[in-house]
Design a protein around this ligand. Sequence first.
Ligand code: TYM
Length: 343
Amino acid sequence: MSATTERIFSGIQPTGRKHLGNYIGAIRQYVAGQETAAAPGDAIFCIVDLHATTVDYDPAKLRERVHDTVAILLAAGLDPERCVLFRQGDVREHAELSWLLSGVTAWGDLNRMHQWKVKREQIEAGTGGFVSAGLFSYPVLMAADVLAYRANVVPVGDDQRQHIELMREVARRFNERFGPPDVLVVPEGRIPEVGARIMDLQDPFSKMSTTSGGDAGRVYVLDEPDAIRKKFRSAVTDSGREVRRGSGKEGIANLIDVLAVVGGRTPESIEAEFEGAGYGDFKMAVGDAVAEYLAPVRERYAGLREDEAELERALAAGAGAAREICAPVLADVREAMGVAEPR
Ligand code: TYM
């Protein structure tokens, strides 16, 4: 990577089924990043199975879910010849760097993370159930994912903003403590202007999420076109009649953003087109557009998912390419920290 090139890195969890929020906020940006990468090693995407072990999960299903997720990414347009696509657990450097970076991560910073705060409140209220230490240190592993590749751009949705801030702080603190020279690159988040926070169709005040809300509020990438249309037809809006964004119009604003992204247009042009139209027609238009947008992905997915040997081959090649980039960074980190090279 030369000083002027961009190296992008992003990670995605192999949990649950991927939804329209993941697709619009992140996956479509991965594909765009691959298109502009100068070399395959400048667009790196990781399926983060190690992160998925921080909550209760079924080990037998984890491998399946990794395959589901790779097949979705390939169906969306990632091409293992043009990017590095791999499984986090295949590359030991991630876990190792996570430990090394935990020495320059402030406990107070982790304790302030929104997602952790929610858990902490549940623990304090006695309603948290079992909460793993991994959930607390989750953002350090995320920092390791990105910093191990000296990536400078991290395409993500809005919900990852605080995690990006933390990895920047960790990189800065590492360089300050163990440089000069600077060993790590301080990355930047790339959060789309429109579509960074797709909301639940049944509850426009909550983001579309794998872990909260119900199926009716969530459009899956692999949903059949009719199911997609139905979910949009029943989307919760407001009692008004104007197709425009504004306070009290969160549901409609969400649909405007969705249509803007899938149609490659601006939200303003959608508002202009639907001026005077009823909510029913508008919702139908959004449902049709999303069904059409996701159909080719669903169709390609079926063939890709079936060939598990091929998926594993792609992941193995990706892991090899990933290791080639991150092993020298780990050697620099160990050297700077005075930690011995493994014998
Ligand atoms: P994950 O798997 O929850 O989500 C994957 C990506 O989807 C985005 N996203 C959304 N975007 C718009 N609207 C939504 N409703 C929505 N829901 C999810 C997320 O912002 C994310 O970009 N911790 C990360 C995975 C990770 C990672 C990394 C990301 C691990 N290591 C290193 C970047 C860099 C996560 O759980 O994403």
